[in-house]
Structures are given as structure tokens and as C-alpha cells.
Design a protein around this ligand. Structure first.
Ligand code: CA
Length: 222
């Protein structure tokens, strides 16, 4: 898989290390050290993937860049963050990044995350799989979900999660089962990632989503 990647990271050691690992995969890497340069590169190069540090010098930090990118593109974005408390915002409706890693990280883990996100994005659904819950209508083949007749935008991870929950309707699933089933067994995320995305699904789809929290175990749809 030959990919083009834009890395926006102002710390040269980290940027160079990521570039080294990405180039080993045969990917084309373009490095930018501030937000404005990153935005220009993303617009000009239309990369397959973006790795974006949050703490950047200049007028635009990584959150600003992510918001700008999301406004016009669904290119997968992996955020680099030094702070756990930013995670909800990063993955949330406002910013819509696909995933994050917390510094310090291993470059090998970043490569694995990138591959996992790209695989999820390319996965095909059974075109006949549809589901309705009250005001919610899901068409997994067309990757469209509507709530109250209005289309709801879901991030790729949220799609994978919803798809897996639908395929296992009525079954209580542990967070680990959801991690493995929805995003692949090579997923490194901690179980809290599931909770973040479940919250997103609930918020976006509203109260008709029959998704129950099963205390001490995990979640059950339907
Ligand atoms: Ca930084």
C-alpha cells in the first residue's frame, strides 16, 4: 500500500522518527512544523493520511488545523496529544479526528494505528444490512444514518462500531470484544476509547438508539 502522509509536528526528533518509520513502509512523507504550513500541504497534496500534533507554534494549533481539515475533507486524521483530557474533544463531533496517540508513543504503534484506521475505512458492508430504531434509520451499505429524517455524519470509527453492534444485536459485548470486533484485533486502544465513541453515537443518534450499558461488562444494542 503506497500512501502519501502529511505529518504536522514541530518537534524535529518526533517528526523525523515518524518519517523514518513511515518511509520504511514505503509511504511518501511530507513534514510540516506549523499549522498554517500543514493546512497548505494538506490542501495541495491531498494525502491519504494526516498525523497532526496538537501543540504547534504560530496562530493555528493542531485542533484548529483538524477543524479546518474536517470542514472540507474526510481524510483520516491521527492526533498526537500530550494530554489525556483532550481525548473527548479530539474524537468528538467538533473536531472529528479518527484516532489519537498520547505522547510519548512508539512509532511502531503509530504505524499500526494508521494501518488499522485505513483498513476500517476500506471495509465493505453487506449492502442489504439496514436497521430502524424509532426515528433512527441505518443503511450500512450506503453508509448513511438518519435521525428524525436528517442525515447524521459519523466518523469512520463510529461507523465500524455501529456496524459491529448491529451485527451482534441483542448480545452483551465486552469492551474488548467491541475493540477486537469493530476495529480489529491489532487495535491498541484502551477500553476507554470505546466509551468515548459510544457517547458520540448516543449523542449523535439520540434517545431512540436502544444501546444499553451493561454494568461491569460492556454494552448491548437492541
Ligand atoms: Ca508540539
Amino acid at each position: 500500500m503506497s500512501l502519501s502522509v502529511v505529518v504536522v509536528e514541530d518537534e524535529p526528533d518526533i517528526a523525523d522518527l515518524l518519517a523514518l518509520y513511515f518511509r520504511r513502509e514505503g509511504w511518501t512523507v511530507h513534514l510540516c512544523s506549523d499549522g498554517a504550513g500543514g493546512l497548505d500541504a494538506i490542501r495541495a497534496r491531498q494525502p491519504d493520511f494526516v498525523v497532526l500534533d496538537i501543540g504547534l507554534p504560530g496562530d493555528l494549533n493542531g485542533l484548529d488545523v483538524c477543524r479546518e481539515v474536517r470542514a472540507r475533507s474526510d481524510v483520516p486524521v491521527l492526533m498526537l496529544t500530550a494530554r489525556d483530557d483532550e481525548i473527548d474533544r479530539i474524537l468528538g463531533l467538533e473536531l472529528g479526528a479518527d484516532d489519537y496517540v498520547t505522547k510519548p508513543f512508539s512509532p511502531r504503534e503509530v504505524v499500526a494505528r494508521v494501518k488499522a484506521i485505513l483498513r476500517r475505512g476500506h471495509r465493505q458492508s453487506d449492502p442489504s444490512s439496514n436497521a430502524d430504531f424509532g426515528a433512527i434509520a441505518v443503511d450500512l451499505g450506503r453508509r448513511v444514518v438518519e435521525a428524525d429524517g436528517k442525515e447524521v455524519a459519523l466518523a469512520s470509527q463510529e461507523w465500524s462500531l455501529l456496524e459491529f453492534l448491529l451485527q451482534n444485536s441483542g448480545i452483551v459485548l465486552s469492551r474488548q470484544q467491541i475493540l477486537d470486533g469493530a476495529w480489529g484485533s491489532d487495535w491498541f486502544g484502551d477500553p476507554r476509547t470505546i466509551d468515548v465513541h459510544i457517547r458520540q453515537l448516543r449523542r449523535k443518534l439520540g434517545p431512540d438508539l436502544p444501546l444499553a450499558t451493561v454494568r461491569g461488562v460492556g454494552y448491548r444494542l437492541g
